[in-house]
Design a binder for this molecule. Sequence first.
Ligand SMILES: NC(=O)c1ccc[n+]([C@@H]2O[C@H](COP(=O)([O-])OP(=O)(O)OC[C@H]3O[C@@H](n4cnc5c(N)ncnc54)[C@H](OP(=O)(O)O)[C@@H]3O)[C@@H](O)[C@H]2O)c1
Length: 322
Amino acid sequence: MRVGIIGAGHIAEKAAATLGAMSTAECIAIASRSLEKAAAFASRFGIARAYGSYDDLLADPDIDFVYVALPHTLHYGVTRAAIERGKACLVEKAFMACAREAREVLGLARSSGVLVAEAIWSRYLPIQDLAREIIASGALGRPLALRSSLAYNVGSKERILSPALGGGALLDLGVYNLNFVRMFGGAPIASITSHCTKFPTGTDASESIILELENGVLATIDVSATTQGCNISVVAGETGYLVFNDTIHPTKLSLMRKGHLLEKEWEMPFEINGFEYEFEACRKALLTGALELPQMPHEEIVLVMELMDSLRRSWGVTFPCD
Ligand SMILES: NC(=O)c1ccc[n+]([C@@H]2O[C@H](COP(=O)([O-])OP(=O)(O)OC[C@H]3O[C@@H](n4cnc5c(N)ncnc54)[C@H](OP(=O)(O)O)[C@@H]3O)[C@@H](O)[C@H]2O)c1
């Protein structure tokens, strides 16, 4: 799979390192708004081609697959342009700035016969299948509560502060917690209550979200872009609870009993750095001609975007796309 990366920023560096260590995919080009920046990135990661505009990369016929690593409000235009060029896309989370954009892009992808996926990397980790097996085995008894926290102090970044860039804690961090609830809740969401604090710029800084699911499960989410948190998620049942050692990139599951007694632990280290699984899932889909990934189907992408739209609406956090 010959990959082009769009945007030479923070997460693009991680993806370039991942692709550099994979034998089944290769990053052949990087695009930045600045040719100088693209060239420096290319030489740092041993990438053959550097482009000084995103369009120039999309025009490269040797690229099969584009990884979109831009702030949220820029995902829509670049992904549309990539689909129009017939390039498969892996778009960083949050997939788009709002659900309308997600529906439009996915509709275009489907009618154009182009694979489009969301790079919500927690979804693709093999340890999630193990967690599903443990829960389904009845080891926790009936699951009745989910707790998911995620906090990084990223509140000084322009990308987080700016409504014009689709900033805020929810689209950057809370998207993982909502996905955790969707992965392990076992039923549709019946009701949501929430509260957020905001940055002076109007984007959400921290939030608590409580979701009641139709099967009676209660999910509690804590998200913050201003503190360094413990970033742990838990599925709790009648007889025990399963602790995920990290909400975004778990590598260890711990089955706990009353009195915080550890009964069993499972460890699943990454082969590279955890990003390899989303690229590998895309590569497999390209081989079979699939247009979406089973780990994060299009319907699910839209549902999570709709949840985030409704939370933002209730908080009065608005973006240009609203
Ligand atoms: N999977 C993860 O663990 C993870 C972690 C962090 C972020 N992300 C996601 O990755 C995406 C990018 O986040 P990031 O942290 O990499 O962002 P970033 O470093 O702040 O920005 C990414 C790049 O976007 C380009 N860009 C284009 N227009 C811009 C503008 N007006 N302002 C700022 N940048 C602009 C810049 O690249 P050029 O100057 O080269 O054009 C910039 O380097 C987001 O969707 C974010 O949610 C994912």
